[in-house]
Design a protein around this ligand. Structure first.
Ligand code: 21W
Length: 473
């Protein structure tokens, strides 16, 4: 069992921080011990007998500064010499974004330092601060609200803080766009009607209308975001020329999981999947391959490539190659019949079973019990049961491909694998995704099965490359 995430806030106004954050969603999370909040009054640590914590700035200038001593002693009381990330909220910080929130949500403990008056003596900042963040280009009266804003944004990313377990997994394809307008009862209010299309019951029309509204809003209010969206849409179109070979990249972009790190021609593209520290790359030739290899982010753990030259280049850079794999995609929109009675989503109870049959060699790179647990929790794993006993499973990988198929020997050749695959395919179709997957080229049985279900095979050959210890040092 993991322990709660600890937030410490060093401030002159602890009640402002607890009053705000111990209310509502974050307050519930603290009650449930998913997070803890420790607001420390810097004034309690002053050595001055009158409780003074500020003084005039050397060199002159308006206002007062927070002195080093009380700040340092308050910080020491919290960290006790431990190495904890300490965040100074300041208008001079780097911009705080959703990306920062995601990154910080992986820490177990964070210290926030809130300034007041005209700021804090630089010498104590040099000693304790590891990161400085601003929440935007406007001037506030103190750092408490920014610290609260950051804690709120970080806390909601911790599993269990938001009631509905709609994980980022459930984010729609509108990802790079602002959200569409929403309406609830009554149908007419102050003479204003709910847009007709939303009452039509036509799901496809509703989806189209929402996308159109989201695009209009984004282009009017956030031209910066809209340009990024258009850039992605254009790349998707270019990749579609070789759809079978590029479907993994097209889907990553369309589902809002992948960022474009580099793209010049159709045949040289580097995408980064922020959710699973995975990259996907294609390169026209060796020169393009070198460019791609140089642009791989530091924290990349896995790379999927579909060009031999790129695979060789990364192996030279001490990546370990897995493969070859065959990529297959399902281009139809109709759901598949599920010809087996008892198929249902797996629960964490099934983790040992799945790991026993699928981790290690069978799973390929990056597939360990932590990974399987996360996939089960995301509702992305299905099991087939016979007399209440699990006899097989299949699932959807974090980057969105089908896989992790297994059926017990005595239960094979009865259509169970096909039914499990059909289940996963149907779930993907429901989300508006194009089902695809990569199968080990040796696994002819599985390739045949996918062909029977109506999948098409890509011409290119694929490899997964895993970072080894040798290339990270
Ligand atoms: C406002 C502190 C103005 C200091 C050097 C010479 C934290 C904040 C804050 C505040 C000054 C953030 C100076 C967006 C914010 C924060 C209080 C003035 C004068 N410096 N994000 N003279 N906006 N604000 N400094 O205000 O602490 S994150």
């Amino acid at each position: 069992m993991t322990t709660e995430m600890k937030f410490h806030v060093l401030t002159l106004f602890p009640h402002m921080v607890t009053g705000g954050l111990l209310t509502g969603v974050t307050g519930r999370a603290a009650e449930k011990k998913i997070i803890s909040l420790n607001a420390v009054n810097i004034r309690d640590y002053t050595a001055d007998k009158h409780g003074k914590v500020d003084d005039y700035p050397y060199g002159g200038g308006a206002g007062m500064l927070m002195q080093a001593q009380p700040v340092f002693d308050a910080w020491k009381s919290v960290t006790g010499g431990r190495n904890i990330r300490t965040i100074y909220v300041t208008p001079q910080g780097v911009p705080f974004t959703q990306k920062t929130a995601r990154e910080l949500s992986r820490e177990r403990e964070l210290v926030f330092l809130c300034g007041h008056y005209e700021g804090i003596d630089e010498r104590v900042l040099e000693k304790v601060v590891t990161d400085s963040f601003s929440i935007g280009d406007y001037i506030l009266t103190g750092g408490e609200l920014p610290a609260m804003v950051m804690i709120d944004a970080i806390a909601r990313l911790i599993p269990g803080v938001l009631g509905n377990q709609a994980s980022p997994e459930e984010e729609s394809f509108h990802n790079d766009l602002l959200e569409y307008p929403q309406y609830s009862r009554p149908e007419q209010w102050h003479g204003r009607k709910v847009p007709e299309v939303l009452l039509s019951g036509n799901h496809k029309k509703v989806t189209e209308w929402r996308l159109e509204q989201a695009k209009q809003r984004t282009s009017a209010r956030r031209p910066d975001l809209y340009r990024k969206y258009q850039e992605k849409q254009q790349l998707i179109k270019r990749l579609a020329v070789h759809k079978r070979n590029n479907i993994h990249m097209m889907e990553g972009l369309a589902r809002g999981q992948a960022e474009i790190l580099y793209s010049d021609a159709v045949s040289t593209v580097l995408l980064h999947n922020r959710r699973c520290k995975t990259c996907m790359a294609i390169a026209a030739d060796e020169a393009a391959g070198i460019t791609i290899a140089e642009k791989l982010p530091e924290d990349t753990e896995l790379v999927m490539v579909s060009d031999f030259c790129l695979k060789e280049l990364l192996v030279q850079r001490r990546f370990k190659a897995y493969g070859p794999y065959v990529q297959m995609l399902y281009t139809r929109r109709e759901v598949l019949p599920v010809r087996y009675r008892d198929i249902r989503p797996l629960t964490p109870d099934h983790l040992p079973y799945v790991c026993g049959r699928y981790c290690d060699d069978a799973g390929g790179p990056g597939v360990d019990s932590e990974y399987i647990r996360a996939r089960i929790q995301a509702g992305a794993m299905y099991g087939a049961f016979a007399e209440e006993r699990i006899v097989g499973f299949a699932g959807i990988h974090s980057e969105g491909s089908l896989g992790m198929l297994f059926v017990e020997e005595p239960f094979r050749r009865q259509g169970i694998a096909a039914a499990l695959e059909a289940c996963a395919v149907n779930r993907m179709l429901e989300k508006g995704w194009t089902p695809y997957g990569q199968i080990s080229a040796e696994n002819t049985a599985s390739i045949k099965l996918q062909e029977k279900l109506g999948f098409y095979r890509a011409e290119k050959t694929f490899w997964w490359l895993e970072k080894t210890l040798a290339n990270s040092t």
